[in-house]
Design a protein around this ligand. Structure first.
Ligand SMILES: *Cc1c(COP(=O)(O)O)cnc(C)c1O
Length: 342
């Protein structure tokens, strides 16, 4: 095993730490260059770069971690590669061949091997691939030149001392318009979510539940995670909408629920009216896998899930532990889910 950096893995937070290496490739004259690993963490851009003027940028998020048997792996990175390209197409950016994405990922992780937290620490190496328009753009149009980068930063365990349920609020703001960009991983979706999340935090809530912008009657997602509900008779329910981001964690949990745990799963429109009848609620995303929700505040009216404020509901917990076990190599993974780097 490689020497590890001298870091108190269990006590680092979710922040940026500059590691040894990052991957960079540039798109010019209609083609990507060869790409390379560099120690240069600085991006020098024209003051008029497309990304700075018209926010032409999108990103991905995944993690590399050490399994029980000492391998460094990533989880379903092919889905990040294809989702990045879906985002690129919607933003009139060039796509990056899936093979290039996976090759960049391997190179990046190998070059930062000493930064991959050890098994059992709960920490992971968070990987941030992203692309942005680099050449000057002042009339509104797509850039001609782009940069794709991938950096890594170690992040601490998402739940220190157990996953405590959070309290969220129903937002009066909208996250995504119908036929808009809610289904792609674009920075622009996050820029406009900052005001509502800062307000929600000031009011003591951990997250915003966004409803569909057209009718404000159906559940969409939070600023950065998809919802998963459990009915009182043990069915898993997750909102279906063209304006939510297709979470890889959520898609994996749906598979785990159906194919491994034998649960019934419904992917469908979820009226907010129905939420009060659910037994459990969780938020899914790469960072936490599942973050349990104990309470939802709807304009002062509280919806309290029977699972309570102390721990995850039983079905949520089973889903969480199964997916975590698959990721960490203690439960056999479905074909193609674990990408071993070394
Ligand atoms: C990234 C993201 C998620 C979670 O997706 P994962 O692939 O599970 O990490 C959910 N919602 C939004 C808006 C996101 O940007």
């Amino acid at each position: 095993m490689a020497e590890k950096k001298d870091i108190d893995w269990a006590n680092i937070g979710f922040g940026y730490m500059k590691t040894d290496a990052r991957y960079v490739t540039n798109f010019k004259n209609g083609a990507w260059d060869e790409g390379c690993i560099t120690d240069d963490d600085k991006v020098v851009l024209s003051e008029c770069a497309g990304v700075l003027q018209y926010a032409q940028t999108c990103f991905e998020g995944l993690k590399a971690y050490t399994t029980k048997d000492g391998h460094i792996v990533t989880f379903r990175p092919d889905l990040n590669a294809s989702r990045l390209n879906d985002s690129c197409e919607r933003l009139e950016m060039p796509t990056l061949p899936e093979g290039r994405f996976l090759e960049a990922l391997d190179k990046l992780v190998l070059a930062n091997k000493e930064w991959v937290p050890p098994y059992g620490s709960g920490a992971t190496l968070y990987i941030r691939p992203y692309m942005f328009g680099t050449n000057p753009v002042i009339g509104v149009k797509p850039a001609d030149e782009y940069q794709f980068r991938m950096f890594a930063t170690p992040v601490g365990p998402y739940f220190k001392g157990g996953a405590k349920p959070i309290v969220i609020k129903v937002s009066d703001f909208d996250r995504a318009a119908p036929h808009g960009t809610g289904n792609i991983k674009a920075g622009l979706n996050y820029a406009m979510s900052l005001y509502p999340i800062v307000k929600a935090h000031e009011e003591g809530f951990a997250e915003n539940m966004y409803l569909d912008a057209a009718t404000r009657t159906n559940v969409e997602e939070t600023g950065g995670a998809n919802f998963l509900f459990v009915t009182k008779d043990g069915k898993v329910v997750t909102p279906k909408s063209d304006s939510i981001l297709p979470s890889i964690t959520r898609r994996s949990l749906v598979y785990v629920a159906r194919e491994i745990l034998g649960l019934e799963v419904e992917e469908r429109v979820v009226p907010f009216e129905e939420v009060k009848d659910f037994a459990e609620c969780g938020l899914c995303g790469t960072a936490a896998v599942i973050s349990p929700v104990g309470k939802i505040n709807d304009h002062g009216k509280e919806i309290c899930f029977p699972s309570g404020m102390e721990e995850m509901g039983p079905v949520t917990k089973k889903l969480y532990e199964t997916l975590l076990g698959i990721q960490q190599g203690t439960i056999e993974a479905p074909e193609g889910w674990i990408h071993t780097i070394c």
